[in-house]
Design a protein around this ligand. Structure first.
Ligand code: TEU
Ligand code: CA
Length: 562
């Protein structure tokens, strides 16, 4: 198989607002990132994916962009950016930028023009429709609650916003929009960046031929006003991405990953086909949406291990030889992985964080580490709604409590389990006030457990989660089988163990992960009787026969030469 650099890479995601504040205003910034590049080099990652740093009024923390070619003032200047990029490259790392082109901010000059009048040259940059019987054009709902349509009195029409009303959707049908976006992308490529993570790229083509018609959604409940817009994998999405690939991506040596809400394995084979005509890989959502219920993500249901195994395995096997996987358990939109899939009690937090890392990093695909995951950072017990900053959570509280679907108490509990702010509390650098993130007042509270979980302490402790991640990353570089081996699930019926093999020529790995806080017995397959431990999260010397796995124990074994 032909190997590209991003097949072998490990990616680290930075959410700039919460990573490191260099000037005491309580907001993370570019100079803060630059000051921590040696830390990332020490961890051993290859690529940084930087969440948006462009000019933005921050209705959705930078995912609402008002100028694609300027840096958000709070984050610094273009000179700071250039210095950061040079620092990344000097250390042999690469930079992937977030590309948010499904929508802009309502403060983007294109939208300011677009809404001004019907005959404005920018009118058709966005998606405008007449109302139906004095109401919204159809019953599509926004991902951030309420209708996806906003009435605009200036022209007596509605515009579409799949996210907040301050994030109007761009009209990709308009060739001029595509020209503008592609030349903006080209500008960043010429600056020397190494790729793009494409925000909700699966939503850019809307199945909205005439803009009218109610729309029925299987997930709608009686009494619901709005439904899921069902825009994922729309009619022209592949055409647009192929055009983007021809006009921009193929002209540079880039890594591209599409965030693809609603993607199936069938669709992923098109988005991330090995023939290279669209993107390199996608983020799928099936494993992080497991257990979602009547209120969508707002639930306290835990993920069922058998279902989790089935979904992870499906993506491993179905994409094999056809498309490339991305591997993640957390990002800035998800709760902390150790809280969600592991156990964040002081007793098991570190060991279960290492187990999850083993389970994910031994699979085929490009692994993504979300900032703080390498420390085993956990969800945060937000004391009240006062401490919540995220627009998705705040809108949901309002909508769901007003509709009588939940109570404020229950909603706060759900937010502590599933809210996006869990991932956005400041990076825990050390045990000084505010976890060493800022000398000022942080924009969002610091998780009080920073005195126990922080980078300084973990760097000094060879047995820490940090050092375990470092070892996992180094192993991927050393063992081709981790990058290229074929995947096979064993013990599909086990409700406590996740066991799989990876095979590449004569080389074979066995990965065993105990997802419970109990000891579990496991009989090694015969061919692994003679094997060596590549990595494990408990001290163990020899291995063989029937083994007793400790709570949350993980082991990766390599079969000894034939
Ligand atoms: O997220 C898209 C997306 O699908 C999210 O709405 C996700 O389902 C939700 O956050 C899970 O609770 C991207 C960005 O990653 C997110 O931060 C932005 O808010 C969103 O797009 C709009 O740009
Ligand atoms: Ca700052």
């Amino acid at each position: 198989m032909k190997t590209a650099w991003w097949n072998e890479a490990v990616v680290y995601q930075i959410y700039p607002r919460s990573f490191m504040d260099s000037n005491g205003d309580g907001i993370g910034d570019l100079n803060g990132i630059t000051s921590k590049l040696d830390y990332l080099k020490e961890l051993g990652i290859d690529v940084i994916w930087l969440s948006p740093v462009y000019q933005s009024p921050n209705d959705d923390n930078g995912y609402d962009i008002s100028d694609y070619q300027a840096i958000m003032e709070e984050f610094g200047t273009m000179e700071d950016f250039d210095r950061m990029l040079a620092g990344i490259h000097e250390r042999g790392m690469k930079l992937v930028m977030d590309l948010v082109v499904n929508h802009t901010s309502d403060e983007h000059p294109w939208f300011v023009e677009s809404r001004a009048s019907m005959d404005n040259p920018y009118r058709d940059y966005y998606i405008w429709r007449e109302g139906t019987d004095g109401k919204e054009p159809n019953n599509w709902g926004s991902c951030f609650s309420g209708s996806a349509w906003q009435y605009d009195a200036a022209t007596d029409m509605y515009y579409l916003h799949l996210f907040s009303r301050r994030q109007p959707d761009l009209n990709w049908e308009n060739e001029k929009v595509r020209d503008e976006l592609f030349s903006m992308m080209d500008w960043w490529c010429r600056k020397g960046i190494d790729g793009f993570r494409m925000d909700v790229i699966s939503l850019i083509s809307k199945p909205l031929p005439d803009g009218s018609g109610r729309f029925l959604d299987g997930r709608m409940q009686p009494g619901d006003l709005y439904g899921d817009p069902g825009c994922a994998n729309g009619p022209r999405v592949h055409e647009y991405l192929q055009e983007m690939n021809r006009r921009v991506l193929s002209r540079y040596d880039l890594m591209t990953v599409g965030e693809c809400a609603g993607v199936t394995t069938e669709e992923a084979k098109r988005y991330a086909s090995l023939d290279g005509t669209e993107l390199n890989m996608v983020f799928q959502f099936e494993h992080v949406e497991l257990g979602d219920g009547e209120l969508g993500k707002w639930t306290d249901r835990r993920v069922d291990l058998k279902e989790f195994k089935q979904i992870m395995s499906k993506w491993q096997t179905e994409l094999s030889g056809k498309a490339w996987n991305s591997l993640y358990l957390s990002n800035h939109d998800q709760p902390r992985s150790v809280s969600r899939f592991g156990n964040d009690s002081p007793k098991y937090q570190a060991v279960s964080a290492k187990m999850l890392a083993t389970c994910l990093h031994m699979m085929q695909g490009t692994p993504y580490i979300y900032q703080g995951e390498e420390l085993g950072m956990t969800n945060c017990e937000f004391p009240s709604f006062e401490e919540i900053r995220d627009i998705e959570s705040l809108n949901a509280v309002k909508e769901l409590t007003e509709a009588g679907k939940t109570t404020p108490e229950e909603m706060l509990r759900f937010i502590r389990l599933r809210g996006r702010d869990n991932a956005r509390t400041p990076m825990q650098w050390d045990n000084s006030p505010q976890a060493g993130f800022t000398k000022g007042e942080p924009w969002i509270m610091v998780n009080p457990n920073y005195t126990r979980i922080n980078a300084a302490q973990e760097l000094a402790d060879l047995d820490s989660v940090f050092h375990y991640y470092k070892k996992l990353i180094a192993l991927r570089r050393q063992e081709t089988v981790i990058v290229h081996g074929a995947y096979q699930l064993l013990e599909p019926e086990s409700e406590s163990l996740f066991v799989y093999t990876r095979t590449y020529g004569e080389e074979k790995l066995l990965v065993i992960c105990n997802f419970t806080e109990h000891e579990e017995e496991y009989q090694l397959p015969e061919e692994f009787e003679e094997s060596s431990i590549l990595i494990g999260n408990y001290p163990r010397k020899n291995i063989g026969g029937r083994i007793c796995l400790k709570p949350y124990e993980a082991l990766a074994l390599k079969r000894n030469g034939l």
